[in-house]
Design a protein around this ligand. Structure first.
Ligand code: BGC
Length: 761
């Protein structure tokens, strides 16, 4: 854990330059706009430890699978969102000394991320080896108003000298991925051109042939007037285009470089028109100028914050934490493009390849459902609908048939990318997260038509998968599910993981209800679905009913708890608090064999199921299971604490809830897991949001109604959040003296507050 950032309600502030935390800061101060994103790298050259990272949503490369022991059914590749061409670069040299913070003496360093307006700023003074001192102030943003634009204002002042300086301004596609299986470079040059004041490079990804055109235009001004250059050169080399200028710096006189960048991909433009489209974007950007572009960008942020802000009064660290999480979620996914999804690291790093996991459906969806217009969450669902044919193909590759759909654990285009047998083949519960997301969407929006339009086809596919994946145990006289990994990945190849069996049976019931609903409400569409899916309505639904009614669920009658899986009680049951702290985290300190034999739980498993279906269990059952499982849980997945916050809150375990909340809210800001330098934990950020709204606020949807059972953590005075629900917008303010609920817009609504029905007008 590292606590080097200043606490502030709206800003993330780093003061003083410490190269040892630079990579962590590069992740934390990342900026993006849903279409592209950027780690907080320096504009100027930096020879110290850095991960230069720019990412363009949807542009990926299928890196050939690397695996020790090949197993049939493994995917051929792992799709990764690529480190894309660098558009921020500005090279500065003074008398042949490069401005490089690893080589200069750095003072007054300050890096600030203003989350209110999505602006990254940095200032410092640097002393070169020959004693010359410069002051630099830079500002940069990725426009939320125009997703293809990035803008930089870079101000340089010589403090104790007048001299010639060389400035190189460029775009560079010669970038490498940190995450690469065979140390390959993934970009090939297609086109490059530099003219005075402008440079463009088009690069294409190998194999997938995405084209990305990155262009820039710049102006250099002093006291508001364009500066004359003494010398000017075009610089082009492989995958690189820029201008090199020489100009006179006058002591004490600031020069300002305005660099406008355009990043366009062939996902959104015909390949042969990319360069001209790029020039148009650059032209518009430069005509508007930095201030106007920024104003438009900041206006979008203001609107976003109106929709999704959470305020916390009385605890600045907590306020900063929750806003940071919301900021990152909002700039990672804007929901405008149904081809895009949410990588676990967003645009802040390369780990997890920027691909889509079950995290989206199980963790992120409620945030977008509650804080953005309906289409944002809907697009996440449509994304999976579009992948249905691939999910059917994935299932077929593993030996399933007749339209069974097995959604991948990790994917970019619907194909499975993950290649560890215990996850790829065994962590099968993820396919039902897609079904749960459909239920969630309908619960929040009340929009049942989704079922006939898209949902039912998906549900039929998934239900078919479960119907084929179970087998009848004559010994147990029940259906069982063998050889699986539950959400707790510290157990592999177990039989009857309760969570998996529960989700499987629930999906079969939900699919049956959906069949009934569509059949009645839209018979024409139903017939079409029957035809398209070759659905044997009567026979299949009867089979699903039989399986769901006869599913086996392991439990321990003596303790009155659900069993995580068959045989769980054979383990030596030890509490995490009795572990030697030197053994933590287990995944770094213990052999896999030792982890598998132990009782320790990586992330919510039984409790994940109870959280998803909390109304299926009475409070005593929830308490017994929480008291049994939480003490054995090491929370070594960032997805774990939030689920426990929600259940602990329900049980009145306020201290436990707050302790776990802190682990999720400031996970990256305080580098709790020592891994923020790889990128931020974007999907767990949605868990932080859930911790406040569903945990402390006790929000849930039951029988189509919003329920709350709020309390205020002791450390806070009050807090508030907003929710979109079935066409209404509600603001809920909770303090120790009571709860105020305001219906800000939409028709009157009945909600249930602490068990009492209230009418809101
Ligand atoms: C968790 C998975 C999760 C993945 C990506 C893993 O550590 O165990 O549940 O899907 O990280 O966030």
């Amino acid at each position: 854990m590292k606590q080097y950032l200043k606490h502030h309600e709206w800003q993330i502030i780093e003061e003083g330059f410490d190269p040892h935390v630079n990579k962590i800061s590069e992740s934390i101060f990342s900026i993006g706009n849903g279409r592209m994103g950027q780690r907080a790298n320096f504009e100027e050259d930096y020879s110290g430890e850095t991960l230069r990272g720019s990412y363009v949503a949807g542009v990926y490369y299928p890196d050939k699978t690397r695996v020790g022991w090949w197993k049939n059914g493994y995917p051929e590749y792992f799709a990764k969102v690529l480190n894309a061409p660098n558009w921020i670069g500005i090279h500065i040299s003074i008398d042949n000394h490069k401005l490089d913070l690893a080589k200069c003496k750095v003072e007054d360093f300050r890096r600030v991320l203003d989350m209110k307006v999505g602006l990254l700023s940095r200032s410092f003074t640097a002393t070169f080896p020959d004693g010359k001192r410069v002051k630099v102030e830079s500002k940069r943003f990725c426009s939320m108003a125009q997703g293809e634009i990035g803008a930089i204002r870079y101000a340089l002042t010589p403090l104790n000298f007048s001299s010639k300086t060389t400035i190189g301004i460029y775009v560079d596609a010669d970038v490498v991925n940190m995450d690469s299986n065979y140390d390959e470079k993934f970009w090939e040059e297609v086109y490059k051109e530099a003219t005075p004041g402008r440079a463009v490079v088009t690069a294409q990804t190998k194999k997938t042939f995405f084209h990305v055109t990155t262009g820039m235009k710049y102006f250099i001004q002093s006291e508001g007037k364009n500066v004359d250059f003494e010398r000017f050169n075009i610089e082009v080399r492989e995958k690189f285009a820029g201008n090199v200028l020489q100009l006179d710096l006058q002591e004490g006189k600031e020069i300002v470089i305005y660099k406008y960048a355009a990043v366009l991909s062939s996902e959104n433009h015909p390949k042969d028109q990319l360069v001209s489209a790029c020039d148009n974007v650059l032209f518009d950007a430069s005509v508007k100028g930095f201030d106007k572009l920024f104003e438009e960008h900041a206006r979008v942020w203001t609107h976003k914050w109106e929709e999704c802000d959470i305020t916390i009064d009385g605890d600045v660290a907590a306020q900063q934490g929750i806003r940071f999480n919301i900021f990152q979620l909002t700039q990672t996914y804007t929901g405008e493009d149904e081809r895009l999804n949410i990588g676990p690291k967003g645009f802040t790093g390369e780990k997890y390849g920027g691909s889509t996991y079950w995290d989206t459906e199980a963790y992120c969806l409620p945030f977008y459902l509650s804080t953005a217009e309906e289409k944002v969450a809907r697009n996440l669902l449509v994304y999976r609908y579009k992948h249905l044919p691939k999910a059917i193909e994935n299932a077929r590759k593993l030996g399933f048939k007749d339209g069974a759909a097995f959604y991948p654990f990790v994917t970019m285009n619907g194909e499975e990318c993950h290649n560890e047998w215990e996850i790829t083949f065994e962590e099968i519960h993820r396919t039902s997260a897609m079904a749960y997301a459909i239920r969630d969407y309908i619960n929040y929006t009340g929009d049942q038509t989704y079922l006939s339009q898209y949902g039912l086809e998906v549900l039929i596919g998934i239900a078919r998968f479960w119907a084929q994946r179970v087998n009848w145990s004559t010994d147990k006289n029940k259906y069982v599910i063998l050889g699986v990994t539950g959400p707790n990945e510290y157990e592999n190849n177990v039989n009857n993981n309760w969570y998996t069996n529960y989700l499987g049976a629930w999906t079969l019931r939900f699919a049956n209800d959906a069949v009934e609903y569509v059949k009645k409400s839209d018979p024409k569409r139903f017939e079409e679905i029957v035809r398209v899916t070759n659905f044997n309505d009567v026979q299949e639904t009867q089979n699903w009913k039989k399986i769901s009614e006869n599913m086996y669920y392991p439990h321990d009658p003596n303790r009155g708890v659900i069993l995580q899986q068959d045989g769980f009680l054979d383990k030596e049951l030890i509490a995490v608090k009795d572990l030697d702290p030197k053994d933590r985290p287990l995944n770094q300190k213990w052999s896999w064999d030792r982890i598998l034999r132990s009782c320790f739980i990586k992330q919510a498993d039984v409790l994940q199921g109870i959280y998803l279906f909390e109304d299926d269990f009475d409070l005593d059952t929830i308490k017994r299971n929480f008291d049994f499982y939480e003490p054995m849980t090491v929370h070594e997945s960032s997805l774990s604490p939030c689920v426990h916050v929600i259940l602990a809150s329900k049980l009145g375990y306020k201290e436990k809830a707050y302790e776990l909340y802190l682990r999720t809210a400031r996970l990256d800001l305080d580098d709790y897991n020592n891994d923020t330098e790889d990128g931020c934990h974007i999907t767990s950020m949605a868990g932080t949001w859930m911790s406040v709204v569903k945990g402390f606020g006790g929000m849930k949807i039951k029988d189509g109604k919003l329920h709350f059972s709020p309390y205020t953590p002791d450390q806070w005075k009050s807090y508030s959040f907003r929710l979109e629900f079935r066409g209404r917008v509600l603001k809920i303010k909770i303090s120790k003296s009571g709860t105020e609920t305001i219906l800000e817009s939409g028709d009157p609504l009945e909600i249930v507050m602490d068990g009492k029905v209230i009418s809101l007008k």
